[in-house]
Design a binder for this molecule. Structure first.
Ligand SMILES: [Zn+2]
Length: 233
């Protein structure tokens, strides 16, 4: 379990920490929220790399050159650099934290259903393998809070995109739901990761209305998001 590695610091902000989306219409508020939150964790913003997600699946390996930067058009950040914090913003999409304790490499992926359908899991694992010679069986993964099957209702065109995973399409009272966590698990196992090294938060962002923002639940004019982070000491 990722939590059992003391050299890894990872987590997700909560509603009480405020809005964290970088492209917010209130950049001053977001900047202050981020400053306070990172400060409370002892994370130096100058040593953080933030990704703002793309359409499609884009993976980027980053190093000290990218410290302090906001990188647009990227869904997954990967690094071997100690002390560099990777971050993404999420509100219903799953933050997926990866760690290879053998090669000492971390990654953070922003996984919405489009990303999962687009192969973000395989793309991330391949980035570990190609750039750092990681072995899939060594990877430790934590899938953070996201919109779970209790609330991820979809139209038929979305369900059809996951037709190869019929076990994770749930029909309930005339409505269709997708168990994205189940699909993520299936893809991780298919890629060669070991079940005991995968952990899933049981929390649903929609259900946990005091704790998390949820785009699906709140339907705000502007997306309000949490920040997910990981770093290697
Ligand atoms: Zn729910």
């Amino acid at each position: 379990m990722l939590k059992s590695f003391p050299e890894i610091i990872f987590g997700l902000s909560e509603k009480k920490d405020g809005k964290m989306r970088l492209s917010s219409r209130e950049p001053d508020v977001t900047a202050l929220n981020r400053h306070n939150f990172l400060n409370s964790l002892g994370i130096d913003p100058e040593k953080m790399v933030s990704a703002v997600q793309a359409d499609g699946v884009q993976v980027k390996v980053v190093g000290l050159e990218e410290a302090g930067q906001i990188i647009a058009g990227v869904d997954v950040l990967v690094t071997q650099e100690k002390g560099l914090t990777l971050s993404i913003a999420v509100a219903d999409c799953a933050p997926i934290y990866f760690y290879d304790p053998v090669k000492k490499v971390i990654a953070l992926a922003h996984a919405g259903w489009r990303d999962v359908q687009g192969g973000i899991i395989d793309a991330t694992i391949q980035a570990f393998q190609k750039n750092f010679h990681s072995e899939a069986k060594d990877l430790q993964v934590f899938v953070g809070p996201h919109l779970r099957a209790c609330h991820f209702e979809v139209q038929s065109e979305v369900a059809e995109k996951f037709s190869s995973y019929p076990q994770f399409i749930i029909n309930r009272e005339g409505k269709t739901y997708v168990d994205l966590a189940g699909i993520i698990m299936e893809q991780l196992l298919t890629a060669g990761l070991e079940r005991e090294k995968l952990e899933f938060s049981p929390e649903c962002t929609y259900c946990e209305d005091k704790k998390y923002f949820s785009w699906r639940r709140d339907k705000p004019n502007e997306v309000e998001a949490m920040v997910a982070y990981i770093s290697l000491k």
